[in-house]
Write a protein that binds this ligand. Structure first.
Ligand code: HEM
Length: 318
């Protein structure tokens, strides 16, 4: 029974992790599900595979109106293979989230309202403090973008994120495609739209940032559960230990894991998508596991706590 509930909670968390942004970004995206605009796919130039400045500038001019369904299917297979060989599940999930998490429901105009629009491919946004290290995710995904030019970056980032969750043992997430890419760095969102891990009042901060995206308390708790995957690295975000017993390269489980060894994970098996994030934060027993102030808030703020305890951790409903 406990197993079933845990799986159910994980499923629901994953659905929230992958879909709200897609759902909410869609109305802002004027080409979403519009057959006429989809047919009017314009001048997408094949992007180069490396990421030097000049090459990125060429890609900035690329405009895509909709992703081709057959290419999406084929790209999913390539992403699966990428995951099998690089174990890059966490950073691909983070890539999708950081492209989407700039969304502002209060702004009518696209692309000013942000969201999943591929803007994270541009240097100006990759250089935002919150995006430190995500250039590595873009480098991983760029060859797939080059191979399937009719898939927008916006769709590809979300496809990669959802596929990574699925391949890490999470649920198969129902997805829709048709997100439109912004065309230039001037269309990137300003810095500061994503949550800060150590604000003075973490619960208030989480509500301020996630309510702006149109999400509610349950969705905040659910989405935070994505930290069941991955690590924090002090040299990137400033958070976490340089290494722990779970992240040193000799660690048996992931000795061939993604990227360089080190960093601090939230969970013991940080390439497995499950419910352990909630259990580990609640128990706070292992100094080698990370709890950011915003993670702790989920069990300290009375309203979040009810959800973390009763609805996700114990009951698994969302
Ligand atoms: C609730 C507010 C959040 C804060 C303050 C936060 C903060 C952070 C920080 C500081 C890191 C470490 C980055 C590094 O040093 O490389 C991180 C990693 C990560 N975050 Fe979050 N995050 C939040 C929400 C989310 C959400 C909603 C998702 C996905 C739905 C997510 C997915 C991830 C993943 C998968 C990693 C690991 C990346 C890796 O191992 O390369 N986070 N986050």
């Amino acid at each position: 029974m406990a197993e079933r509930l845990a799986a159910s909670a994980a499923t629901l968390r994953a659905s929230a992790a992958a879909t709200p942004f897609a759902r909410r970004a869609a109305p802002a995206n004027r080409a979403f599900f519009s057959p006429s605009l989809a047919r009017a796919r314009v001048g997408l130039r094949a992007a180069p595979s490396s990421l030097p400045q000049k090459a990125r500038a060429v890609r900035c001019a690329a405009v895509a109106m909709a992703s081709d369904a057959a290419q999406v299917k084929a790209a999913r297979e390539d992403i699966r293979e990428l995951l099998r060989t690089t174990h890059s599940h966490p950073i691909l999930v983070r890539l999708g989230w950081h492209d989407a998490g700039t969304y502002d429901k209060n702004i009518e105009e696209w692309p000013q309202r942000g969201g999943a629009n591929g803007s994270l491919r541009f240097d100006v946004e990759l250089k935002h403090g919150a995006n430190a290290g995500l250039i590595n995710a873009l480098k991983l995904i760029q060859p797939i973008k080059d191979k399937y030019p009719s898939i927008t970056y916006a769709d590809l980032f979300q496809l990669a994120s959802a596929t990574a969750i699925e391949e890490a043992g999470g649920p198969k997430i129902p997805m829709k495609y048709g997100r439109v890419d912004v065309t230039g760095p001037e269309q990137c969102p300003p810095e500061g739209k994503l949550p800060d891990a150590g604000p003075s009042s973490p619960a208030d901060h989480l509500r301020e940032v996630f309510y702006r995206m149109g999400l509610n308390d349950k969705e905040i708790v659910a989405l935070s559960g994505a930290h069941t995957l991955g690590r924090s690295r002090p040299e990137r975000s400033g958070w976490g230990k340089p290494e722990t017993k779970y992240t040193v390269c000799s660690y048996l489980l992931y000795k061939n894991g993604p990227g360089a060894p080190g960093g601090q994970s939230w969970t013991v098996e940080w390439l497995r998508f499950d419910n352990s994030y909630f259990k580990d934060i609640k128990e706070k027993r292992d100094q080698d596991l990370l709890v950011l102030p915003t993670d702790a808030a989920l069990f300290e703020d009375p309203k979040f706590k009810v959800i973390s305890d009763d609805q996700l951790y114990d009951v698994g409903i969302l």
